[in-house]
Design a protein around this ligand. Structure first.
Ligand code: D5M
Ligand code: FE
Ligand code: ZN
Length: 480
């Protein structure tokens, strides 16, 4: 059923309908669904909203029953699991895996035709709607302001035109290199098409009507823990820097002693400032060696309540290779850390009391901000949403985020997380997108000279506390 039909059916029965409900039925329901919804509407309803659709609001109950473990389980990114492959061939394998896994999330909605068929036998597909799925190779803007995108699959490549006057143009403008998109539209008539001869792929053009992304299913609902428990989310401590806010940290540490209800602390990277990360960094360091920096972090962790389960993943200032996925912090730096700390890779998926937290430092946020019109360092929440829509933590290859060539693309968001936890931009922001809680956790460092140049004003010394039994959050600030 298309959206207009859905709206008309409700209108015929005397109801207005919320667009999310329309999307839901469009994607998941047949006509019988509408009758079912109308049948169970409370008397006096005028507008049908998501809360009137049980499947859109019910908590998922398929995962957990009795006896929730309090020990975090590392589902992905366990120490030692990342396998670097230097063979250049494997970069092909990685992109192939990215295409396949993301295309599979859209196939049912798009009904893709292989690009080679669209190009070589275009006559067959004239005057009808066609679907395709491709990885973006280039994006540009035409002289008339339309969005031009070239995509490829394993069979060929083709150009897409997104008309600037169409609904949803903003989504098309936000198409970034190397993401995987689906499109429905019409093949343009041209010489290749009319003669039917095999011609150059790049001549073929699709007028795009609808853009699809792998996205989070509309049916996704929040699935909190069945047992009470709380977790704190922080990031970017930058111990060793002369801008590390040690007094604010001490207040946080003392406060943690009073919070028996908090069982977990998750830290999304840049726990130290590191050495040699940027030119003349040593002038801004209070602690000048990497070992002493980690020893100090170990002391800070040991001063926190022993019952806490602490999970630490690395960032671009940590003493591990920069290429992502990044391995867990090596043993040689862990000497001073207490036993309640678990080191994981970047990214990682940590299951705490049945709640899945996807931890990712967020270096790709720099790249996504550069390529998404209107994106800003002040709103990293929008970038987390962009990651969830693309089901990828850092699609753009060859910019600031170094990506490791591995058989499987380690940055694909294969399973829908309950929480995505990032850092890196030093500005805290919390969002909720289709039932996923997004937390960018800020920093424990005041504005650095680099950020001053970049005009970035951090939001330091904040901690986000999430109640695992409701997935509600609270922010606490420790500046005075
Ligand atoms: O990143 C701290 C902040 O600085 C964060 O807002 C990103 C920004 N940053 C870091 N490196 C770059 C580059 N190369 N270009 C633009 N912006 C950047 P941190 O990882 O803590 O240094
Ligand atoms: Fe940082
Ligand atoms: Zn960083």
């Amino acid at each position: 059923m298309d959206k207009r039909e859905i709206v008309t059916r409700f209108a015929d029965a005397g109801f207005l309908v919320h667009h999310q409900v329309v999307d839901y039925i469009n994607e998941c329901g047949g006509s019988g669904v509408i009758e079912g919804i109308i049948f169970s509407l409370p008397v006096g309803t005028m507008v049908v909203t998501p809360k009137d659709v049980p499947a859109m609001t019910l908590l998922r109950t398929d995962r957990l029953d009795v006896g929730v473990s309090r020990t975090p389980e590392i589902l992905f990114g366990r120490d030692g699991s990342s396998v670097p492959i230097a063979d250049p061939e494997s970069s092909y394998a990685m992109f192939r895996d990215r295409y396949d896994s993301l295309a599979n999330m859209m196939r049912g909605r798009v009904n893709p035709i292989p690009i080679e068929a669209l190009v070589k036998t275009s006559n067959r597909f004239m005057d009808q709607q066609i679907g395709l799925i491709g990885m973006v190779t280039t994006t540009s803007t035409s002289s008339n302001g339309h969005r031009m995108v070239e995509v490829e699959d394993s069979t060929g490549s083709i150009k897409l035109l997104f008309n600037k006057n169409r609904d949803g143009f903003a989504d098309a403008e936000a198409i970034v290199p190397d993401e995987v998109i689906g499109v429905k539209g019409q093949l343009a008539r041209n010489n290749t098409a009319t003669t039917g001869r095999n011609n150059m792929a790049t001549n073929q053009l699709v007028f795009a009507d609808t853009l699809f992304r792998p996205d989070i299913p509309l049916t996704n609902t929040i699935s909190p823990s069945k047992e009470s428990g709380k977790a704190v989310f922080i990031s970017d401590i930058h111990v060793g820097s002369n801008t590390f806010l040690s007094e604010a940290w001490d207040r946080f540490s003392a406060w943690m002693q009073t919070r028996d209800d908090i069982g977990y602390l998750l830290i999304a990277g840049d726990v130290v400032d590191g050495i040699g990360i940027y030119p003349d960094q040593d002038k801004e360091l209070d602690i000048k060696t990497i070992y002493e920096q980690y020893d100090r972090v170990g002391e800070l962790m040991a001063a926190l309540p022993e019952r806490l389960k602490i999970i630490i993943s690395p960032g671009n200032h940590d003493a591990v290779r920069a290429a992502e996925p990044q391995p867990a912090l090596p043993e040689e730096f862990r000497g001073n850390f207490p036993a309640n700390v678990t080191f994981v890779e970047n990214p990682s998926i940590v299951n705490i009391q049945s709640v899945n937290g996807l931890m990712y430092h967020g270096r790709s946020i720099d790249d996504l901000i550069k390529f998404i019109p209107g994106a800003s360092y002040t709103r990293p929440g929008e970038i987390m949403e962009a990651m969830l829509k693309r089901r990828h933590l850092g699609p753009i290859y060859g910019e600031r985020t170094p990506l490791l060539s591995t058989d499987k693309d380690g940055l694909v968001i294969r399973d829908v997380p309950d929480i995505i936890h990032t850092g890196h931009v030093h500005i805290s922001d919390v969002i909720s997108y289709r039932g996923v809680l997004g937390i960018n956790a800020g920093t424990w460092q005041s504005q650095t000279s680099f950020q001053k140049q970049m005009n970035i004003t951090p939001t330091p010394a904040e901690a986000v506390v999430v109640d695992l039994s409701t997935l509600a959050y609270e922010k606490f600030c420790f500046i005075n």
